[in-house]
Write a protein that binds this ligand. Structure first.
Ligand SMILES: Nc1ncnc2c1ncn2[C@@H]1O[C@H](COP(=O)(O)OP(=O)(O)OP(=O)(O)O)[C@@H](O)[C@H]1O
Length: 269
């Protein structure tokens, strides 16, 4: 028997500067991981913000854990869903430990705060930065601290929602992989759903269950994150893609049409 969706959008619409996005009819199960993909300007961040309740719903409905999103009291919602905005969206001249502790402000009393902040920093590979000022950190260091804040916020929730916007964009390949795995583990252990805006197709196919493909403010496909999605991705971005595969996983690379046509080794299956 299938469980009711943790998050359900039914004909949800968003209106920004006279432009309408959607209608979106989408659902996410507890523990599921979804990557939102699409060309620049497609509306990925806007959709994420709509789900995060940072944008007002202009039509339809969004239900989170059986309750319309707009009916959730702010403090309760903050304890069940955490948002990592796109880099540069927040600028703090604060100590790192305080930035991470901001994830806990919705709790009236929080005796575990110090321990959780410390452990969240460890999981985000940022514990060595605890004593630094946030605005003196590099882009990749800031990204790790922001991720620690998200971890701290959703630390003791179950079946919550992590909404992250290009969380790995500022990280070197080793760290990007480590943090992707940390996010997956963190979400899996708590039954949290993870919805991420991404540009990296390799990460999307290797680490996510589902893909929402977005173009011009509309969902073009809602499909499994499987190699068979490649033709849809080619259409979405208007580029030929090659799929490289070995025992450890897949890699997707953009390629010129002529290269792809002459290389049967990379054919889809
Ligand atoms: N608050 C806003 N007011 C008016 N227009 C907006 C607002 N936020 C975004 N837009 C516009 O809506 C469109 C979609 O923006 P959005 O940030 O959602 O795209 P995106 O798919 O996340 O792009 P990128 O990959 O470049 O980050 C863009 O044309 C953008 O300029």
């Amino acid at each position: 028997m299938s469980h009711p969706a943790l998050l359900k959008l039914a004909d949800a619409k968003l209106s920004l500067a006279g432009r309408t996005f959607g209608p979106f009819s989408l659902s996410v199960q507890a523990g599921e991981t979804v990557a939102i993909l699409g060309p620049s300007g497609a509306g990925k961040s806007s959709l994420l913000k709509l789900i995060a309740r940072e944008h007002r719903l202009a039509g339809g409905s969004i239900v989170f854990d059986g309750r319309p999103l707009q009916q959730w009291p702010a403090a309760e919602l903050a304890q069940r869903r955490a948002v990592l905005p796109q880099a540069g969206a927040v600028a703090f001249g604060l100590p790192v430990s305080l930035v991470v502790a901001l994830g806990r402000v919705s709790r009236a009393s929080d005796p575990a705060q110090q321990r959780i902040v410390r452990e969240a920093l460890v999981q985000a590979r940022a514990d060595h930065l605890a004593e630094r000022r946030f605005d003196t950190l590099s882009g990749g260091e800031q990204a790790r601290v922001q991720l620690a804040r998200v971890f701290a916020q959703a630390w003791d929730a179950r079946e919550g929602l992590l909404l992250v916007d290009e969380p790995l964009a500022a990280l070197d390949p080793g760290l990007a992989l480590e943090l992707m795995e940390a996010m997956q583990r963190f979400a899996r252990e708590r039954g949290h759903a993870l919805v991420a805006v991404l540009h990296d197709l390799t990460t999307a196919l290797n680490h996510f269950d589902r893909l929402w493909l977005l173009a011009e403010g509309r969902i073009r496909a809602d499909c499994g994150a499987v190699p068979a999605a490649l033709p849809l991705l080619e259409q979405l971005y208007g580029v030929r893609l090659r799929l490289l595969r070995d025992a450890e996983g897949l890699a997707v690379v953009a390629s010129s049409a002529s290269q792809a046509a002459h290389n049967p080794q990379f054919a889809l299956n």
